[in-house]
Design a protein around this ligand. Structure first.
Ligand code: GP9
Ligand code: MN
Length: 400
């Protein structure tokens, strides 16, 4: 009932007090372009394979942006849809199944709904069937005005590979919709080419595959490289069409692409054995915020996660709502004791990493006494429980 929501809100006010730092409102009124990078993990950033850069465009782009190099995905079985849920709501996805399927009838206060009150138009652009992940049912609940899906794109065998339309023609065709969109807009682009099983025609392979026993890992590098090229292409178009300077660009990796089944080959690539500690660290995904203006850049090393994206965007747009029900933080003034909780119950702080009932020191990478992780255990558990309660009880019905 509504008293449960009050209890959760009280907890949040204690734990989630937001500071208005100097970045509050720096992007007020600007368009927001959010890009979901399919299956892209942080281990490819600023790295090479066969002597060649894997993400040459992003490596350059992050120098002109804020780049978070300790940023974790927090998804479960709902994969891309879980990432979308986290990003738009600052709530955790569920421990089983996809909340997009199980709770699409709930009341939510997602970013598009909040931004509508501030005059924003919102849309999702993704060249897959609209009912995949039940998106056509969930997006209206988040407040999206329009979903450009498969039927809005010209998809042919020539411009497709693997799961469908390749990322470069996807961004190309999306530009037509973007240029006619009412401004300011909140537009989310969901890429697809770097999806398992990472198929790609030779003509699109800018770099050669890796060599290991895992064909999956081998193929992963050329598809990541292709999506990097697609982003370069998209940013160029944004500049040509005059949208670049009045938009902030948010890029995030949705979830891992290389599962634990490929640990031996991953270890070969990383040059170290994939332990439970490293396997957890491998759940880092790229997170980039580009704000027009030369002074908004730098690498931020605080541990954070997808749950923090909504409060961070609202902060940059100068929208503050103290009572907003959210588990994340504005990433520009994180509390010192911030805990990033993964959906499987593992959690990470700047100093410690907890996974599979073991506590590790982040700096020495060594297992340490559990008492070091103990102070955060309760909070990690509580966050997931409270978030689940909100979803299972449809508690945002009582929010006003
Ligand atoms: C499908 C795309 C991929 O539309 O979002 O979904 P995934 O399998 O990564 O969840
Ligand atoms: Mn995905």
């Amino acid at each position: 009932d509504s008293s449960e929501l009050v209890e959760i809100q009280n907890y949040m006010q204690g734990n989630h007090e937001e500071k208005k730092d100097s970045l509050f409102g720096v992007a007020k009124g600007k368009n927001v372009i959010v890009i979901s990078m399919e299956s892209t993990q942080s281990f490819v950033i600023n790295q090479k394979v066969n002597g060649q850069e894997i993400t040459p465009f992003l490596n350059q782009f992050i120098k002109e942006s804020y780049y978070f190099n300790q940023f974790y995905h927090q998804t479960g079985q709902g994969k891309t849809s879980d990432a979308e849920f986290l990003v738009d709501n600052s709530l955790y996805p569920l421990g089983r199944g996809s909340v997009f399927f199980t709770h699409a009838g709930n009341k939510y206060y997602a970013t598009p709904t909040i931004l509508k009150r501030h005059g924003y138009y919102s849309a999702v652009l993704h060249a897959n069937n609209k009912s995949f992940w039940n998106r056509d049912m969930m997006y209206p609940q988040f407040g999206y005005d329009r979903f450009f899906s498969l039927s809005d794109y010209d998809v042919t065998p020539e411009n497709s590979v693997g799961w469908g339309l390749k990322d470069i023609p996807f961004f190309d065709q999306s530009m037509e919709y973007l240029t006619y969109m009412p401004q300011p807009f909140y537009a989310k682009f969901i890429t697809l080419t770097n999806h398992f099983p990472f198929q790609l025609g030779l003509e699109d392979q800018y770099i050669a595959p890796y060599t290991s026993d895992s064909k999956t890992l081998n193929r992963y590098f050329p598809t990541v490289r292709y999506t990097d090229e697609a982003l370069k292409h998209f940013i160029t178009k944004l500049k040509q069409d005059g949208l670049y300077d009045n938009s902030i660009i948010i890029i995030y990796g949705d979830h891992y692409g290389i599962s634990d089944n490929h640990q031996v080959s991953m270890g070969q690539y990383m040059g170290e054995k994939v332990t439970p500690f490293l396997s957890t660290q491998l759940q880092r995904v790229p997170f980039i915020i580009h704000i027009p203006g030369d002074r908004y850049k730098g690498t931020i090393t605080n541990v954070a996660g997808q749950i923090d994206i909504k409060p961070t965007i609202l902060h940059l747009l100068g929208i503050s709502d103290e009572r907003d029900v959210r588990f994340g933080h504005n990433l520009f003034s994180l509390p010192a004791n911030n805990v990033t909780v993964l959906r499987n119950g593992s959690f990470i702080t700047n100093d410690y990493l907890y996974t599979d009932t073991k506590c590790y020191n982040q700096h020495t990478k060594k297992e340490v006494d559990k008492s070091f992780c103990k102070p955060y255990m309760n909070q990690a558990k509580k966050e997931l429980e409270y978030s689940d309660k909100i979803i299972y009880g449809d508690l945002l019905r009582f929010y006003n």
